[in-house]
Design a protein. Structure first.
Length: 277
C-alpha cells in the first residue's frame, strides 16, 4: 500500500555520507509515515546509526536530503539539513542513544524536567522573580513529567538518583525524558541493547503504548528481531551503507539478500536449515 504525501512525516532521499575514503551511507531513501513504527536493521557497520546521526544533524550528508513534514499547518516541508542541530528537538524530533545519556547525579524527575526545555517560554528575569507566568509554566512542566512517569510505570523511581538505578530502568528513564519533549517523531537507537528478556518485553509494550496511546511515530534501530517483529509496521534492511530491502518484518526477513547479509550465502543458510531438520 502506498502513502499519500499527507501521510509522510519524514522523507529521506538519496542520503549519502563519506568519511574520508569510506562511504558510510550510499543513496539511502525511505519515508516514515505518521503513526507508524519504522525500523532500520542490519549487521554491525551497516550504517544504521549514521542515518540517525544525519537526521539528528550530528552529521551533514555529503549528498541527498531529509525533509520534515511535521508542521501540518504549513504546505511546505522543511529541509532538516538546513537546520542547526540544537533546533531539531524544537521541531518535534526526540532521540535516545545506544549508550545512555542521562544526568546521573540528578533525580529521575529532574532528568525528565530537563526534557521540557524545548517548551520553555519564560525569560530570565521572570524566572528570577518567579512570576505567575513562570509558576504556571513550572506546574505545566511537572504535570507533563508526571504523565510520562505514570505511562512508563516510573513512580517508584521518581525521586531516585539516576546513578543508583539498574541499567534497565535507566533505559526507560531516557525514553521518558525523550517523551517529555512531546515529540512527533521518536528516534530509538537500540532500545533493547543490554536488556534481559523480560525488560525487552516491557520495552515492546512501551513502544506500542507510545505509538497507539500518544500517536507518536517511531523510527528505530534494532538488532533484536523478536522486538522488531513485534512492534514494527515496516522495516528497512541495510548492509554496507546501502538498502537491501524494505517491507513488513516478515517480507524483509524472508528476503534472500537480507538472509545472506546476516548469516552468509543463501547456500550456507540452506545447508544449515537441512542440518537443523
Amino acid at each position: 500500500m502506498t502513502s499519500s504525501s499527507g501521510d509522510i512525516l519524514l522523507s529521506a532521499k538519496d542520503l549519502s555520507v563519506r568519511f574520508g575514503g569510506v562511504l558510510a551511507v550510499n543513496k539511502v531513501s525511505f519515508d516514515v509515515r505518521r503513526g507508524e513504527v519504522f525500523t532500520l536493521i542490519g549487521p554491525n557497520g551497516a550504517g544504521k546509526t549514521t542515518v540517525f546521526n544525519l537526521i539528528s544533524r550530528i552529521y551533514t550528508p555529503t549528498m541527498g536530503e531529509i525533509m520534515w513534514h511535521g508542521d501540518t499547518s504549513g504546505p511546505l516541508a522543511l529541509a532538516l539539513t538546513q537546520q542547526a542541530p540544537h533546533a531539531i528537538a524544537a521541531l518535534g524530533i526526540a532521540r535516545t542513544f545506544q549508550n545512555i545519556e542521562l544526568f546521573e547525579h540528578a533525580t529521575v524527575l529532574h532528568n525528565l524536567l530537563i526534557g521540557r526545555h524545548t517548551h520553555r517560554q519564560t525569560g530570565f528575569w521572570s524566572e528570577v522573580f518567579f512570576t505567575p507566568a513562570t509558576r504556571r509554566a513550572e506546574i505545566a512542566a511537572r504535570e507533563k513529567a508526571e504523565q510520562v512517569i505514570d505511562l512508563l510505570d516510573l513512580q517508584h523511581h521518581r525521586d531516585s538518583m539516576v546513578a543508583g538505578l539498574p541499567y534497565g530502568v535507566r533505559k526507560v528513564v531516557e525514553l521518558a525524558r525523550a517523551l517529555c519533549t512531546e515529540p512527533k517523531l521518536l528516534l530509538l537507537d537500540e532500545p533493547s541493547s543490554g536488556l534481559n528478556v523480560e525488560e525487552t518485553a516491557d520495552m515492546a509494550f512501551w513502544i506500542q503504548d507510545i505509538q497507539h496511546e500518544l500517536g507518536v511515530s517511531v523510527l528505530m534501530v534494532e538488532h533484536d528481531m523478536s522486538l522488531v517483529s513485534k512492534v514494527s509496521d515496516r522495516v528497512l534492511a541495510m548492509n554496507m551503507g546501502e538498502v537491501l530491502a524494505t517491507g513488513t518484518p516478515r517480507e524483509v526477513q524472508a528476503d534472500a539478500r537480507v538472509v545472506e547479509a546476516y548469516l552468509g550465502t543463501v547456500d550456507d543458510v540452506s545447508s544449515l536449515r537441512r542440518v537443523a531438520a
